[in-house]
Design a binder for this molecule. Sequence first.
Ligand SMILES: [Zn+2]
Length: 59
Amino acid sequence: MYVKCPECGEKTEYSENNEYRPFCSSRCQLLDLGAWASESHKIAGEELVDIDEDFETKH
Ligand SMILES: [Zn+2]
């Protein structure tokens, strides 16, 4: 089974032989994990703001 690498779009084998699946390489895997980590930090900050707003609305 072949899938498109989510990072660069290259066709890559999705199998146990590919330890970086669904990515084509360790480089793409690290790039995507880095993007995900920075994105989740951003979302966490926004969620804290939302929680404060809800708190004030309900009280
Ligand atoms: Zn790739």
